[in-house]
Design a protein around this ligand. Structure first.
Ligand SMILES: [Ca+2]
Ligand SMILES: [Ca+2]
Length: 190
């Protein structure tokens, strides 16, 4: 098995909230405020929200492409935007990643090196080869350092790709046969 058995994923995060109807959820009003008239959050609204809420903390704000990826990662209903349950799930996922980043960025420099990124991904349960880890580091580092923003982009991609793979890996053996068109559909949205 080449990917986590689910330990890092919020259990049952895609269903209706445990409290029942979203209208009764204390976060629903906040969601509607961000979402505006259409009741859905797009990439620009998400970027504004994450910057204002301080999710990026002392780190620089998320870029728009990262916000697009976050929406694509959790877009269960393929609306291209973020509904309430998707938004709540994103909150949980981001908090987990943020804690993970801060636990490896011990001196709070706002960036981590390749070794720290490897440790972080391993602690999430991803079992990747040294070659794959080196490729990931090369792709997401600037002068050998990975900033929080790039770290999140990296986490979003690995998670989304892993989920797309896992959905096709029915026997859970870490192996899938892709048709060309399906492969393109899989990676183009990420
Ligand atoms: Ca909107
Ligand atoms: Ca959606």
């Amino acid at each position: 098995m080449a990917y986590p058995g689910g330990g890092y994923y919020p259990a049952g995060g895609f269903g209706p909230p445990p409290g029942g109807y979203p209208q009764q959820d204390p976060m629903y009003g906040y969601f509607l405020q961000i979402a505006g008239q259409d009741g859905q959050i797009d990439a620009e609204e998400l970027q504004r929200c994450l910057t204002q809420s301080g999710m990026s903390g002392s780190y620089k704000p998320f870029n728009l492409e990262t916000c697009r990826l976050m929406i694509a990662m959790l877009d269960r209903d393929m609306s291209g935007k973020m509904g309430f349950n998707e938004f709540k799930e994103l909150g949980m996922v981001l908090n987990g990643w943020r804690q993970n980043f801060m636990s490896v960025d011990t001196n709070r420099s706002g960036s981590v090196d390749g070794g720290e990124l490897h440790r972080s991904l391993t602690s999430m349960g991803y079992s990747l080869s040294p070659q794959a880890l080196n490729l990931i580091t090369r792709r997401y580092s600037t002068h050998g350092r990975i900033t929080f923003d790039d770290y999140i982009t990296c986490c979003v991609k690995i998670r989304a790709l892993t989920e797309a793979f896992r959905r096709r890996d029915v026997s859970q053996q870490g192996m899938v046969n892709f048709m060309y068109d399906d492969f393109i559909q899989c990676v183009i949205s990420i």
